[in-house]
Design a protein around this ligand. Structure first.
Ligand code: AMP
Ligand code: MG
Length: 523
């Protein structure tokens, strides 16, 4: 196994001069630290699709060398692993230095003109571990591993996952924060992205008044990841902020499209490249509910609920804007970009929602907004499965559907059909009539429209209970469900006849089960 090593972060940015591994404030961009050795690593799964992108052969993936490197036991020659320094706003408050508390970057590499950073999550203590152990458990690692790859195949910008291994070591966790910690199986995921830089990497430098390093980091980020922008100038920094804003919004619109709720949109969990990053207590909407969040830590305020993600994106961009202020020294261009976010949001959101219902022509915008708003209100009338509703909506026939068949088309999406009172049925009829007449004004045939709708409305998503089933089996040593989910989610928009059981509402047993409905940050 040979990697074309191309380290840039450590080559171009200031390092922490201290090499010992103890917790401390670090006045630099990163600290050198090696992964912890694991006692008995075992490969749970590896992503053939990503291995190929990195030029790793199938044979190499199965090798002992692969396992040793990507569980943290062996270093690739001439590499110098490191943990990054960043800060962040957590739940709206400045939290000071955070940093890679349990992530260790192994190296950067190039393959077929693409640049990648490979990092281990759960690989042991770093100077940024604060009061925690630097480890990760199998359950949260499976969730991160499966979801990163699932998001990628949904065409959503995300960090990737190359492999997941059990470490053979035990990790103590108190899942419910109830004062009863228990030992669980430890695991390590190898994550992959062009870069893992976050908003928080910039925030910490601004907070410390370190303009010199801030400039170095910003120029580095522009030169490597936004090469069409000229670094070193005020105009370049403004353009950089504009592009980060655009990418962030684009990512969030995708989340809304598929019903993904991140759960912890702190600024340290916002990638500067607009990638979905740090899969913790995330979840997928089952019943369409704008107020839903899977994160138990946020259950009171619900700051990071589904319906608030776009607003939080803007809030986080304000934090990034103030971090870049020392370089730009003028607020108005940044304010203009942030104000522009609102307009773009309305435009992009409407476009996305129109694509979900198969309406494309530009007619009367206000009427289309009413059509979408009314649909969203109706989806809240009784518990209605988001994924099933939109997928089955494509079966509406604009020539032959009528009042008597509207609801039958989407009935599989209703969790309690008996709750559909006459009044609710009437609300739906009114909407379907509006919808049908809108479809009749479109040129597309039913078949064409269905095809296009099915490219944006996934048939399969990683429902919370599905991940939980894979986890429970894996904890008993059976990885077959991890493989089944992985294979299923490679083609989320395609019909997979043999997988019809995963195109179903959440079963009743999963409604209030930990891991299926609510998740804590304990991982
Ligand atoms: P998160 O909420 O997972 O985004 O983590 C917030 C911060 O806590 C980051 O700096 C993480 O690296 C750190 N962190 C989370 N879990 C652990 C752990 N088990 N050991 C050390 N640091 C951790
Ligand atoms: Mg994080």
């Amino acid at each position: 196994m040979k990697f074309n090593i191309k380290d840039t972060f450590t080559k171009e940015l200031p390092a922490d001069p201290i090499l010992e591994n103890y917790r401390r404030p670090v006045h630099a961009c990163y600290s050198y630290v090696n992964p912890k050795k694991t006692s008995n690593p075992k490969l749970v799964h590896a992503s053939p699709a990503l291995a190929k992108e990195l030029g790793i052969s199938e044979k190499d993936v199965q090798s002992n060398k692969f396992l040793q490197i990507f569980s943290g036991n062996e270093l690739v020659p001439n590499t110098t692993p490191y943990a990054m320094c960043y800060g962040g706003h957590q739940f709206g408050n400045w939290a000071g230095q955070l940093g890679d508390g349990r992530a260790i970057n192994l190296f950067e590499m190039e393959h077929q003109n693409k640049h990648w950073a490979l990092q281990l999550k759960g690989a042991g203590e770093t100077p940024y571990s604060r009061n925690a152990d630097g480890l990760a458990v199998l359950r949260s690692s499976i969730r991160e591993y499966l979801c990163s790859e699932a998001m990628f195949h949904l065409n959503i910008p995300t960090t990737r996952a190359l492999s997941i291994s059990e470490t053979g070591d035990q990790v103590l966790r108190d899942i419910l924060y109830s004062g009863h910690p228990e030992y669980e199986k430890g695991a390590v995921v190898c994550r992959v992205a062009p870069s893992f830089i976050r908003f928080g990497n910039f925030e910490i430098l601004m907070a410390r008044d370190d303009k010199d390093t801030l400039k170095k980091l910003t120029d580095y980020t522009i030169n490597h990841f936004f090469p069409h922008i000229k670094s070193g100038s005020k105009e370049g920094y403004i353009q950089f902020f504009q592009e980060v804003t655009d990418r962030t919004l684009e990512m969030l619109i995708h989340w809304q499209r598929v019903g993904f709720v991140h759960g912890v949109m702190n600024t340290d969990n916002m990638s500067i490249l607009g990638l979905t990053i740090d899969y913790g207590p995330y979840g997928w909407l089952e019943g369409y509910d704008e107020g839903w969040t899977p994160n138990t830590t946020d259950s009171r305020e619900k700051r990071y609920r589904y319906g608030n993600q776009i607003n939080i994106g803007l809030w986080n961009l304000y934090r990034l804007a103030s971090s870049l202020m020392p370089l730009i020294e003028e607020a108005s261009p940044l304010e203009a970009i942030l104000e522009g976010y609102r307009d773009s949001y309305e435009h992009e959101y409407l476009k996305m929602m129109k694509s979900k219902i198969g309406v494309y022509s530009e007619e009367n915008k206000d009427e289309d907004i009413i059509l979408i708003n009314t649909l969203e209100e109706n989806l809240h009338l009784t518990e209605t499965d988001m994924t099933i509703f939109f997928r089955n909506l494509s079966n509406i026939d604009k020539e032959t559907s009528t009042k008597s068949t509207f609801l039958a088309t989407v009935e599989d999406a209703f969790y309690s059909p008996e709750e559909l009172t006459d009044h609710i049925k009437e609300e739906w009829n009114t909407w379907f009539n509006m919808y049908l007449s809108r479809l009749q004004r479109e040129d597309l045939s039913n078949t064409e429209r269905r095809k296009r709708m099915n490219l944006v409305n996934p048939k399969y998503v990683l429902r919370n209970y599905m991940a939980q089933l894979a986890i429970e089996a894996a904890e008993k040593g059976d990885y077959s469900l991890v493989e089944e989910m992985y294979q299923l989610l490679l083609k989320p928009y395609e019909e997979q006849k043999e997988a019809e059981k995963w195109f179903a509402k959440r079963p009743d047993w999963a409604r209030n089960k930990i891991g299926c409905s609510m998740l804590s940050c304990s991982s």
